[in-house]
Write a protein that binds this ligand. Structure first.
Ligand code: PLI
Length: 462
C-alpha cells in the first residue's frame, strides 16, 4: 500500500516557557458572588478571582528573558539615564521618528500631544474613536470626528482593511471647517474599537497626499502598529515579501509623529511615548512632560522600564513573533466561527470581538447587552472579557448617551501568555453561554462616574 504523504505542517510559538504563574480555580457560586460584588463590571473583579484573563492585551504581556535581564541594567539616575538613550536609538532605528518624549503610558502621550497641538474649537478627525484618545482631545477643547469607512461599523462586512479612512469624509470636514481648524488627523493602526481592524498603506499614502495639500499633520496612534503590519504583509498587494519591520518603518514614514502605548505591541507591562519629527513641537512637548509625567529622560518610568521597552520594540518586529501572536487570535476566532458564534469579521489582530447585538437580540442596547454578556461569560468559566459598546462609548457633550453601531464583548489575547489549550477552554465556555443565551437579562446602571465610565461603573440585573 502506498504511504500517505503528510502535507500539513503545524506551527507553534517561537518560544518556550521558563517560568509559570499559578492560577486559582473557582466554583460557579464563588464567581456569582464575585461578579455581583463587582457591580457586574469585569474591571472591578479582583484578578485573583479570574481564571483566564482576556480583559485587555495592555500591559499583560509576558516579557522575554532578554527583557527581564534588561531590568537589571536599569540606570535609575534622575537625569540622562543610559536606558533613555537606548530607547531613543530604538525609536529612531525601528520607527524612524526624530524626537522622543517618554511617558508612563499611552494616555500620558495623548495628554501632552493634545495640549501642544489642539486649540479650543479645533476638529480632530480619526478612524473611529478610542476612549482615552477622544477624551484628551475633548479636554484640550477639540471635537473628534469619525472618518473611518462605513464598513467598519458593520460586524459582518469582510472588507480586508476596515481601519481605512474615508477620504471623502476628510475632504468634507476640510471644506466645512477649513484646514486651519484641523491641527492633525489621528490615524490608529489595527483600530481597537472596530475589532482590531487594519488600515492599508495604500489608504495611508492617499491620506498623506491629501493632508500635504492642505498642510494638515498626521499623528499615528501606533499602539498596535506591528499587528497592522502583519495584516498588510498578508493582504496588501506588493507587501508579501516585505518584513514586518520594513512595513512598520514605511507606515511611520507617512506620518508626522505618533503616540504609543508600549503596553501592547512593544511587549512591556508599563510604558509609552510621544515621538515627533517637528523640532518645535518636540521642544514644547519636552517642556510639558516635566509638568505631567517627569523629567524628559524618564517620563514617569523607571530606567529599567525604558530598557525593557527598547528591547521589546525590537522583539515585536520579528516576523515569527507576529505570525504566532496573530495566529493564536485567528485560531480562537476560527473555532468560534465554526461553533456559530457571531463575532466581528475579519478576525482582528489583538482579540476576538463578539457581536452582543446578534448574541443577545432580546436585550435592548440601552440595557447594556455587551456588559451583561461579559458578566455571564465570567460567571460560566472565570474567563474575564470586557465590554466595548454603549458603556465604553460614554456620553456626548450634551449628556446624551452615544449608541455605537458596534456593541461588542472583547476577548483580548495577551501576548505570549496563554496556550492553545486555554483557547479551547475559552471556546467551550462561549459555546455553553451561547446555548443558554435566552436566559441572560439586561442590566441597569446604578453608578456612573463622569470620565471613562466603563472602568468604574456599577450595574444590577434587570
Ligand atoms: O492604556 P494606555 O494609556 O497605555 O494607552 C491608551 C490607548 C491608546 N490607544 C489605543 C488604540 C489603545 O488601545 C489604548 C489603550 N488600550 C487599552 C487599555 C485597551 O484595553 O485596549
Amino acid at each position: 500500500m502506498a504511504k500517505k504523504i503528510v502535507t500539513k505542517r503545524s506551527w507553534a510559538e517561537p518560544f518556550k516557557i521558563k517560568m509559570v504563574e499559578l492560577l486559582k480555580m473557582t466554583t460557579p457560586e464563588h464567581r456569582l458572588k464575585a461578579i455581583s460584588s463587582a457591580g457586574y463590571n469585569t474591571f472591578l473583579l479582583r484578578s485573583e478571582d479570574v481564571y483566564i484573563d482576556l480583559l485587555t492585551d495592555s500591559g499583560t504581556n509576558a516579557m522575554s528573558d532578554r527583557q527581564w535581564a534588561g531590568l537589571m541594567l536599569g540606570d535609575e539616575a534622575y537625569a540622562g539615564s543610559r536606558n533613555y538613550y537606548h530607547l531613543e536609538t530604538a525609536v529612531k532605528k525601528f520607527y524612524g521618528y526624530k524626537y522622543l518624549v517618554p511617558t508612563h503610558q499611552g494616555r500620558g502621550a495623548e495628554n501632552i500631544l493634545s495640549k501642544c497641538l489642539i486649540k479650543e474649537g479645533d476638529i480632530i478627525p480619526g478612524n473611529m474613536y478610542f476612549t482615552t484618545t477622544r477624551l484628551h482631545q475633548e479636554l484640550a477643547g477639540g471635537i473628534f470626528e469619525d472618518v473611518i469607512i462605513d464598513e467598519a461599523h458593520d460586524s459582518t462586512n469582510l472588507h480586508p482593511f476596515k481601519g481605512n479612512i474615508d477620504l471623502n469624509k476628510v475632504e468634507a470636514l476640510i471644506k466645512k471647517h477649513g484646514a486651519s481648524k484641523i491641527p492633525y488627523i489621528c490615524v490608529a493602526t489595527t483600530v481597537n474599537m472596530a475589532g482590531g481592524q487594519p488600515i492599508s498603506l495604500e489608504n495611508l499614502k492617499a491620506l498623506r497626499k491629501l493632508t500635504l495639500k492642505h498642510g494638515i499633520k498626521i499623528i499615528l496612534d501606533m499602539t498596535r502598529v506591528a499587528e497592522n503590519a502583519y495584516f498588510i504583509q498578508q493582504r496588501e498587494k506588493g507587501y508579501a515579501n516585505k518584513s514586518i519591520a520594513a512595513i512598520v518603518k514605511e507606515t511611520c514614514s507617512l506620518t508626522d509623529g505618533a503616540t504609543m502605548s508600549a503596553k501592547k505591541d512593544a511587549l512591556v507591562n508599563i510604558g509609552g511615548f510621544l515621538a515627533v519629527n517637528d523640532k518645535k513641537v518636540f521642544e514644547e512637548a519636552r517642556n510639558m512632560v516635566v509638568i505631567y509625567e517627569g523629567l524628559h529622560t524618564y517620563g514617569g518610568l523607571a530606567g529599567r522600564d525604558l530598557e525593557a521597552m527598547a528591547i521589546g520594540i525590537e522583539e515585536s518586529l520579528s516576523d515569527d513573533h507576529m505570525a504566532a501572536r496573530v495566529g493564536q487570535v485567528i485560531y480562537l476566532g476560527e473555532k468560534l466561527i465554526d461553533a456559530g458564534i457571531p463575532i466581528v469579521q475579519p478576525i482582528g489582530g489583538h482579540g476576538i470581538f463578539i457581536d452582543a447585538k446578534r448574541f443577545l437580540p432580546h436585550v435592548k442596547q440601552a440595557q447594556f447587552p455587551a456588559q451583561a454578556l461579559a458578566a455571564a461569560i465570567y460567571t460560566d468559566s472565570g474567563v474575564r472579557t470586557m465590554e466595548r459598546g454603549v458603556v465604553s462609548a460614554g456620553r456626548k457633550a450634551n449628556g446624551e448617551n452615544y449608541f455605537p453601531k458596534l456593541e461588542l464583548v472583547r476577548l483580548t489575547i495577551p501576548r505570549r501568555v496563554y496556550t492553545q489549550a486555554h483557547m479551547d477552554v475559552i471556546t467551550e465556555s462561549i459555546e455553553h453561554v451561547y446555548s443558554i443565551r435566552k436566559k441572560i437579562k439586561g442590566l441597569q446602571m446604578v453608578y456612573e462616574p463622569k470620565y471613562l465610565r466603563f472602568f468604574q461603573a456599577r450595574f444590577k440585573p434587570l
